[in-house]
Design a protein around this ligand. Structure first.
Ligand code: HEM
Length: 166
């Protein structure tokens, strides 16, 4: 069942997330690397099914060349605030994150519950990560990702503020 906007009823509490978002101020950091900036586009699109189809495409800010990419699905456990986010990452990893959303603050908190990597993925292996997606105002989204690898404790890897693309 979907509403006139095309959004499935299960996704109504997350209607604020639907659409395309872009950032020009992404900051990628980690203790093992030099900080750098990136541009990125995120899509959370409902095609009538009870899930958002998700894509993320990060590019180099000057050269426009592709960097990290993700494809996945975000689902709500119907009638609850529980979420599951299944994502495949272009560098050889698939992850299942689970968590909750808060309808009044418009915050989504997710933690990886399982991570698989292809046998020839570049080390180090990711052991755990946490992703927070927060609506700052109607047209502004903030995403942060903290990550733990086999070499490094949980530290911030990403922070970006996105504008709604019309
Ligand atoms: C949930 C999303 C992400 C995960 C799980 C992830 C994972 C990782 C891991 C495991 C490393 C290696 C860290 C180390 O050597 O200690 C890394 C490095 C890096 N990440 Fe990410 N990453 C994510 C998102 C992104 C995004 C969106 C970008 C692009 C802008 C990005 C760009 C980089 C770069 C450039 C490096 C350094 C690569 C190198 O030194 O070879 N990552 N990331």
């Amino acid at each position: 069942m979907s509403t006139p906007s095309g959004l499935h009823n299960d996704l109504q509490p997350l209607a604020w997330l639907a659409g395309t978002w872009e950032t020009k101020n992404g900051l990628c950091q980690y203790p093992t690397m030099k900080d750098f900036q990136y541009h990125e586009e995120l899509e959370f699109i409902c095609i009538g099914q009870p899930m958002f189809n998700y894509t993320s495409k990060a590019v180099h800010p000057e050269k426009g060349t592709p960097l990290h990419q993700e494809r996945g699905f975000l689902r709500v456990k119907p009638g609850t605030k529980e979420l599951a986010f299944m994502v495949s990452h272009n560098f050889g990893l698939t992850s299942l994150e689970e968590g909750q959303f808060d309808e009044s603050t418009h915050v989504i908190d997710l933690t990886s519950v399982s991570i698989s990597r292809m046998s020839f993925a570049k080390p180090p292996a990711v052991l755990r990560f946490k992703r927070t997606i927060k609506l700052l105002d109607q047209n502004t989204l903030q995403v942060t990702v903290y990550m733990e690898t086999e070499n490094t404790e949980l530290c911030k890897h990403l922070e970006a503020t996105y504008s709604r693309k019309v």
